[in-house]
Design a protein around this ligand. Structure first.
Ligand SMILES: [Zn+2]
Length: 292
């Protein structure tokens, strides 16, 4: 029986040296990392990560929102859907961007329900998680057990908020992604019922990505409105959630309640929706040439 495809791209989570992997487990000849069985590739004694961070930024987030795409992608994917978290919009982007089979890393995969649409598109799937027993193996986003530039696409669906240090995790995502690859995901903004280290605004995400030299945000859009999120998952009583649902319905059905906004151009309304979003979806590209 052939080993899984992802054995070839594994690296030591402690020192990033190539791992010796077989069905019994994994070991690193450079630093002594070893695990039996393979199911746990979380770091044991990770080497310190040295980051070079700029103390000055030319980022103007309001201006950048004017330049990047802020509308949802048009639906181009009509295959089977993920069971828990609908990712049709992301799959439409992946179907449009990757014309040949590619390697997709589902980081923080939970019940790995993105495997169904990813495989339907003909791509290779590997799902890792800090604790999910259905993951291909356990991994920590702050010390990814993958070789540099080894995957074409990374998904983090509602994951960044749960990471204790998104700067470190983003530098790992940047390292593992191939030049030209895509990083797709969602961040929570107006979802206070989710326990997190860091909820994020659109400006916050733009700032974090701006500090990551080879990553660029190409698209941000409001995945849902805060009222909608609160009415569905807010953790309130059923009556309160129903009342919030009515408010959300009124808000979306009667735009003339805010007559000034009806006169705004489409771009201004999209950016307004971003600032009121429960969660924000993003598309980030790894560029081939570093910025100066
Ligand atoms: Zn090692």
């Amino acid at each position: 029986m052939n080993p899984p495809w992802f054995y070839a791209i594994l690296a030591c989570p402690d020192c990033q040296h190539e791992l010796i992997v077989n069905s019994a487990g994994a070991s690193c000849p450079a630093c002594g990392f070893s695990n039996q069985p393979l199911a746990d590739l979380r770091p044991q004694n990770p080497h310190p990560l040295t980051l070079s961070l700029a103390r000055k930024s030319d980022l103007d987030p309001a201006q950048q929102l004017q330049v990047i795409e802020t509308s949802p992608p048009s639906p181009g994917y009509h295959g089977p859907r993920a069971q828990h978290r609908d990712s049709t919009q992301f799959m439409s982007i992946i179907a449009d961007y990757f014309k040949r089979p590619t390697r997709v890393l589902d980081l923080g995969c939970g019940p790995r329900d993105q495997e169904i649409p990813i495989r339907a598109l003909g791509h290779e799937y590997v799902g890792v998680d800090i604790c999910s027993t259905t993951a291909d193996f356990l991994a920590d986003a702050h010390a990814l057990p993958f070789k540099t530039a080894s995957v074409d696409c990374i998904l983090t669906y509602a994951v960044l908020l749960a990471l204790r240090n998104p700067v470190v995790a983003l530098s790992e995502i940047e390292r593992v992604l191939k030049p030209g690859g895509l990083y797709l995901g969602t961040i929570s903004q107006g979802e206070p019922f989710l326990v997190s280290y860091f909820h994020m605004t659109a400006w916050g995400l733009l700032s974090l990505i701006d500090a990551t030299p080879s990553l660029r945000v190409t698209r941000l859009w409001a995945a849902n409105d805060t009222l909608s999120s609160l009415s569905r998952w807010g953790g309130y009583s059923k009556v309160i959630k129903q009342a919030l649902g009515v408010l959300n319905w009124v808000n979306t059905t009667f735009p003339f309640l805010t007559p000034r906004k009806m006169l705004w151009p489409k771009k201004a309304r999209e950016i307004d929706a971003l600032h009121r979003a429960g969660s924000i979806a993003f598309v980030v590209q790894k560029i081939s040439e570093l910025r100066n």
